[in-house]
Design a protein around this ligand. Structure first.
Ligand SMILES: [Fe+2]
Length: 199
């Protein structure tokens, strides 16, 4: 379990946690490999009242150190947001859920988010204990990398308060998370979306 706080918003922090593509840039080598090799991945975005999720299939196992150490074969990954501030990442293998990360976030002040995160995996005895011991500093390093990106985004946004956030074509969940946070039904509840990306 880790506890953290960041200069950001719940929307931006949740979007960051659930954004599969930022790992190539923000966590190169840690959660992703050092090569520029990409794999064609299918993404399905669905949602409902108070939740949205993106399901990734066709992915290779992530080549970074953490993923190689902790996971076996991966069949699908799900990133899910639940109101009012839960971000969940699930890694599924052929026999079911192999690894899950859950963050609970709250807007502590207008520009500050507090969060608690858990990493949950199967308890396989001493092997699992060694992995847990090895993983914690890496989890903290990944968090540190994300906090740098989020706080600089927050400082940039403060320079032009009227500017709308830039939402790119790969930011699959950003608009739906924003809709949920303002009490609306996310678009994907009525129209599920599918994408194909090089991840
Ligand atoms: Fe990250």
């Amino acid at each position: 379990m880790v506890r953290s706080d960041t200069q950001s918003t719940v929307i931006d922090a949740a979007e960051n946690i659930l954004d599969a593509t930022h790992t190539h840039f923000t966590h190169k080598g840690l959660l992703r490999g050092l090569s520029s090799k990409r794999v064609l991945v299918d993404v399905t975005v669905t949602g409902g009242d108070g939740w949205v999720e993106a399901c990734y299939t066709g992915e290779d196992k992530q080549q970074g150190f953490v993923s190689r150490t902790l996971e076996g074969t991966r069949t699908k990954t799900i990133g899910r947001f639940r109101a009012p501030g839960i971000a969940e990442l699930e890694y599924w293998g052929p026999d079911g859920l192999t690894l899950a990360t859950t963050f609970h976030l709250r807007q502590a002040s207008p520009d500050h988010v507090e969060g608690i995160g858990w990493l949950i995996g199967p308890n396989t005895g001493i092997g699992a204990q060694i992995k847990t011991f090895a993983f914690k500093p890496m989890f903290k390093l990944a968090l540190h990398q994300d906090r740098r990106v989020l706080s600089s985004a927050s400082r940039n946004a403060a320079l032009s308060p009227d500017a709308k956030p830039v939402v790119g074509p790969l930011d699959f969940l950003r608009n739906d998370i924003a809709a949920i946070m303002s009490g609306r039904l996310p678009d994907c509840a009525e129209t599920p979306r599918t994408h194909q990306i090089q991840l």
